[in-house]
Design a protein around this ligand. Sequence first.
Ligand code: URP
Ligand code: ZN
Ligand code: ZN
Length: 469
Amino acid sequence: MIIKNGTLITSDKTFQADLLIVDEKIARVDANLDAPGHQVLDASGKLILPGGVDPHTHFDLPMFGTVSSDDHYTGTKAAAFGGTTTVIDFVSLDFPTLSESVKAWREKSAKAAVDYAAHMNLTRFDEQIAAEIARLPEQGIASLKVFTAYNNRLRLDDGSIFRALRIAKDLGMLVLLHAENGDVIETLTAEALAAGRAEPIWHARTRPAWGAVEATLRACALAAQADAPIYIVHMNAAGEVDMLRYARERGVRAMGETCPQYLFFTEDDLMRPDGAKWICSPPVRSAADNARLWQGLTDGTLQTVGTDHCPFFFDGTKPILYEGKPVAIPGKELGRGDFTKIPNGLPGVQDRLPVLWTAGVGSGRLTPQQFVALTSTNPAKIFGLYPRKGALLPGSDADIVLWDPNKKVRYGVALSHQRTDYNLYEGWELTGYPEKVFLRGRLIVDGEKWLGGAGQGQFLPRQTSGEFL
Ligand code: URP
Ligand code: ZN
Ligand code: ZN
């Protein structure tokens, strides 16, 4: 197939060119391509972007006595409708060994509808686990996520994080870090519950921004002392961006990701009658934090926008129709009357590109090149998928989004394929939307038509020694 007359947007330039796709790959990118016998798609007036790469999803994740409501099929189908053709999901350390945990995740994720890779959650650390990390790259996994919060559940102590950083560095792996202060959260949560403070806003008030700021600097300092790179996930507070900048200016190989929810929402949303919809960890903060995160995106302190997609129903007692069948999965209602029982997490895998385009590119805050860098090229480079993913180069996978920059939609659940009963951007007027989405040369989304299927996604074994940006 040849895609003609489109405007290509990459992380470094915007230019007119035609694309020749042969089988699953981009074969040529050139002006006035002519290849008789090929099907021609006229992309006049449209933009052509590399498929989005979402570096942070949690599909089918058991939590709080329920499970995140998108599995690897429904979540990746939603991703495709939003222009994302690669996701990086997390393997939970649910079994005695890392390999058994990877095996279980590989079985669950085989139904993905777009290409997918994995990070390993390192939520236990002992000599056996330390020795086993070296076997992850041969299983295609080149990153570890560690936590400074969730005491007695997911958290590692600083000594274990330091050792993990050194092991990862020797293997060319990258450590991702969830930055909050677990001890302070435990104390504040116990106090809030004892005082009868049970509303959703107390989720944020018991997880103060200072804890995230301190843990971000601590993470960067541990990385500096281990001489290892580090990537701070879901950055949410202004001070975190300041700490990341401080570390980067001193030569620490620290990188940062934020997510749309931290750019748009605040504690005021948690105070709404349906505030549970906005409960995620770390929490959404203030307008000043939103503004500093935007600045971090524009000045290059932050490298990626992921989603941390981890949806739950707002009311999981009432079924929705998904692909024509009723589905209800217990969700946020589990914590009615006790914020500590509200499953943590938000939908977003489909929303990411359309809302960021309107609020970022449409407002002039981001250039189209920055948009592509933050949502596709940079995650591909950092996580060892480039140039197969995140690029419009000869030899890259033909993961292509035909983007209509003039299309106006009123966004919300009616347009969303995320398997939940609400959308954070309900009623938002968006300008700019995916029109066609190709996965390895195959048209999988055509307007509102789903042409893809479960299991068509390929597992992507990642290279170690991803780039430091
Ligand atoms: O609330 C969230 N973000 N749930 C997902 C788990 C995590 O820490 O990323
Ligand atoms: Zn996290
Ligand atoms: Zn997450």
